[in-house]
Ligand binder design. Structure first.
Ligand code: GLN
Length: 503
């Protein structure tokens, strides 16, 4: 039987488009139909007219032979990327109803291009849910309703609706896993691409800090935020990442001045002799046995393919938690000061003067977790505490980055778990925000160092939930990571597994 459109990879769909088995409009309609029937709460906005207009333009370019490298293929954007054709909320009541006058650079590059030049030609299906302003690990911190919902609701994991999909890019991961879209964008500040990818059994890449432009990506913690692709396979992620990255020096001052790379062209290397560093700090008592067995089996597969496992040490792994939860809130408290009721989004109705308008707007617009971060951030930056917390955290951040450089002297990539457990039940950590913070332990170190990392599906654990393996590379080594993941996927089938409730 022919594979259903929603079970095909981007590469397969691209062939179907170019051989005229399907048009971009038909493809968009197929996925919109599924997205509208979605029960996970993944989509925050769908606009059929806007999507079909983009798809018609793609069909015209395909017919004229002028299409981009991903012409006509559908994708969903995490709702922190600003878009002209769709509302942008960052999952926050603060931005409910907000419409950006421009598209984020990543949206432009995947779409019709920067100034209409060199775009990949993808068609936007809509915007997908996330934790408010990307703060969270469970996609439970949502301040706006999903499509078809009257009230704000968390996203549910397609593998088990009683569990979280991970976060903050939980809408992206759930939408890909439930086959509502073949691909989605995500953002990763401390693990928000890798962890939901792991929890939903898909592949996700956080590139080197600065690889993808942050222009038009609503800022959480500017020195950590990175955009990246989420799809079912490493091969699809390579296609997307090649199109997303590239210098944007005029619009993002931290954009790296390195040429665009064709990651897909580098997926053919053998793993023979590849040195995979195994940090013993990632395999301690805190790691659940089900996750550990899946990772061990994956490492064995890589060894059979010719890789060598090398024990390494990342001695400051535990410190990554306090360091991150000082630096990220500090930057967030500054970045979120722009939401004051004057320029964008929500404005309180009842106020007496300007200051009361600011206060009332922020009290109403922000959710609990965002307020917690703003307060923590303001505290660690305040006079008298700056040296003790913020400055100290910056020094340890540097040491964490140096530890990685020592480790990379002995290995080519680092492998380990993405998260200590599989996806937990909704509401599990509701009364204990620290429990969520602690679960970020394995993704935070690479974020603080600015290194590329990815999650690859490697099996199933407790409750039949997916387990992801994390691969971390040295700066600008995304091609190597993607190749390792691709070689692994050529020998395994976990990336094709489908949640039982998904048609
Ligand atoms: N869970 C982490 C946080 O809440 C990471 C979030 C992210 O990467 N955006 O900050």
């Amino acid at each position: 039987m022919e594979k259903a459109l929603h079970d095909r990879s981007l590469t397969e769909l691209s062939t179907a488009l170019r051989t005229k088995q399907v048009s971009a409009v038909e493809l968009a309609q197929h996925f919109l139909y599924r997205a509208k029937a979605d029960t996970c709460g993944a989509f925050l906005s769908i606009d059929e007219d806007a999507t079909l207009a983009q798809a018609q333009a793609s069909d015209a370019r395909l017919a004229a032979g002028t299409g981009g490298c991903l012409e006509g293929l559908p994708l969903a954007h995490k709702d922190v990327f600003v878009t002209r054709d769709f509302p942008t909320t960052a999952g926050s009541k603060m931005l409910r109803g907000y419409r950006s006058p421009f598209d984020a650079t990543v949206v432009q590059k995947l779409g019709t291009g920067v100034n209409g030049q060199g775009g990949a030609g993808m068609v936007t299906l809509g915007k997908v849910s996330c934790d408010e302003f990307a703060m969270g690990s469970s996609n439970e911190n949502v301040g706006v309703p999903a499509v078809g919902h009257a009230a704000p609701s968390p996203v549910r994991n397609p593998w088990d609706a009683s569990r979280i999909p991970g976060g903050s890019s939980g809408g992206s991961a759930a939408a890909v896993a439930a086959r509502l879209t073949p691909a989605a964008t995500g953002t990763d500040t401390g693990g928000s691409i890798r962890q939901p990818a792991s929890f939903c059994g898909i592949t996700g890449v956080k590139p080197t800090y600065g690889r993808a432009s942050r222009y038009g990506m609503i800022a959480y913690a500017s020195s950590l935020d990175q955009a990246g692709p989420m799809a079912r396979t490493a091969e699809d992620c390579a296609l997307l990442l090649s199109a997303m990255c590239g210098p944007d020096l005029d619009r993002d001052s931290t954009s790296l001045d390195v040429p665009t790379e064709n990651f897909s062209a580098k997926l053919g290397d053998s793993l023979l002799g590849l040195r995979i560093g195994i940090p013993h700090e990632f395999f301690g008592d805190g790691l659940a046995t089900d996750v550990r067995s899946a990772i061990d089996a994956a490492l064995h597969t890589l060894e059979v393919q010719g890789a060598k496992l090398v024990p390494i040490t990342l001695p400051r792994t535990e410190l990554a938690i306090p360091v991150y939860y000082i630096i990220a809130p500090a930057e967030a408290s500054s970045n979120l000061s722009r939401f004051d009721g004057v320029k964008f989004g929500h404005r309180a109705k009842d106020y007496t003067d300007l200051v009361s308008m600011y206060k009332q707007t922020r009290a109403e617009g922000f959710g609990e977790e965002v307020k917690r971060r703003i307060m923590t951030g303001a505290y660690v930056l305040s006079h008298g505490y700056y040296d003790a917390y913020y400055l100290q955290a910056q020094k340890i951040r540097r040491m964490i980055a140096d530890d990685f450089q020592r480790a990379f002297a002995a290995c080519d990539v680092i492998a380990g778990p993405v998260a200590p457990t599989v996806a937990w039940k909704l509401g599990n950590n509701a009364s204990d925000p620290l429990a969520d913070y602690l679960a970020d332990i394995f993704t935070l170190p690479a974020s603080l160092a600015g290194l590329p990392g990815m999650s690859v599906p490697v099996g199933f654990g407790e409750g039949g939930m997916p387990v992801g393996m994390q691969l971390i590379g040295n700066y600008l080594q995304e091609a190597r990571l993607l190749n390792v993941a691709h070689q692994y996927q050529l020998h395994t089938d976990f990336h094709n597994a489908k949640p039982s409730g998904v048609s």
